[in-house]
Design a protein around this ligand. Structure first.
Ligand code: PEP
Ligand code: MN
Length: 278
């Protein structure tokens, strides 16, 4: 990897495979991401209530999950949509983290709320809309905490790696990159889930790669086959949205798996891993 692009501008260096031939393993309170086995991250799009969060946590835990996702601060496309429970949501995440052996993946929306979110997050999620929020990336880079960096809907793989570079340059190496679908001319799916990004990132970078088929396709029944495709393509983690009552979810209900579909998928993903280990 050259330090400059053909037009002479600096590019990512620390994120490249040349910088570190061995894969980076992100250790999240004793659970490794990037060590070979594909890790399941699951939970609701947004934290809505104690009951919703605890029921989902119980399910994820029972299905062998070690990571619970859920947004307290939700950056929504419309200012009129549910924006998350904010500080109240963080309190619920803190409570669920104490109750279950689960690591919390939750989104940080801005520099101002970063300290509060970092108190309960085991993994700080940088959302697609914030992939190029450089002050936020720099602040997280200084914190040196595990981070899940999502690819912007209109960002190239190179731009994703450049954003990771912002944090690596500040000394944070605990970065998981996340493919979550990009915008194409297709309108039947919410985004186009770019499976090819998984082997491409693996080829270019030592950083682990996660896949989020829920936002990638945006339709509940299409999530399981894409989750399996991501595992087959070599993803280090798969993140899916699951909700006790998808029809009444306050955000992203159309792509949330119900409990039955989630249990089935968790089982299938386990079988896929066992088969590939044989
Ligand atoms: C989410 O994970 O709920 C989310 C908002 O994702 P994205 O940033 O990929 O749209
Ligand atoms: Mn969502």
């Amino acid at each position: 990897m050259d330090a400059v692009t053909p037009n002479g501008s600096p590019t990512y260096v620390l994120a490249s495979r040349a910088a570190r031939p061995a894969p980076t393993i992100v250790n999240v309170r004793g659970e490794a991401i990037g060590a070979g086995a594909c890790v399941l991250i699951a939970g609701p799009c947004a934290v809505e209530s104690r009951d919703q969060l605890f029921r989902t946590a119980q399910l994820v835990s029972r299905c062998g999950g070690r990571f619970l996702r859920g947004g307290a601060f939700k950056p929504r496309s419309s200012p009129y949509s549910f924006q998350g429970l904010k500080e109240e949501g963080l309190k619920l995440l803190d409570a669920v983290r104490r109750e279950f052996d689960l690591r919390i993946v939750t989104e940080v929306r801005d520099v101002e709320t970063l300290p509060a979110v970092a108190e309960v997050a085991d993994v700080l999620q940088v959302g697609a809309r914030n992939m190029q929020n450089y002050p936020l990336l720099e602040a997280i880079g200084d914190m040196r905490r595990p981070v899940l960096l999502k690819r912007g809907a209109g960002a190239t793989i190179t731009e994703l790696l450049m954003s990771a570079e912002y944090m690596l340059a500040r000394g944070n190496e605990q970065i998981i990159l996340c493919e979550r679908g990009i915008r194409t001319f297709e309108t039947l799916t919410r985004h186009t889930f770019d499976v090819s990004a998984i082997p491409m990132i693996r080829h270019l970078s030592h950083l682990p790669i996660a896949a989020d088929p829920s936002h990638g396709v945006g339709i509940d029944w299409a999530v399981p086959p894409l989750a399996k495709a991501a595992v087959a393509a070599g993803a280090d983690a798969v993140m899916v949205e699951v909700h006790p009552d998808p029809a009444n979810a306050l955000s992203d209900g159309q792509q949330a798996l119900d409990f039955e579909a989630f249990e089935r998928l968790a089982r299938e993903l386990r079988q896929l891993q066992t088969r590939s280990a044989e």
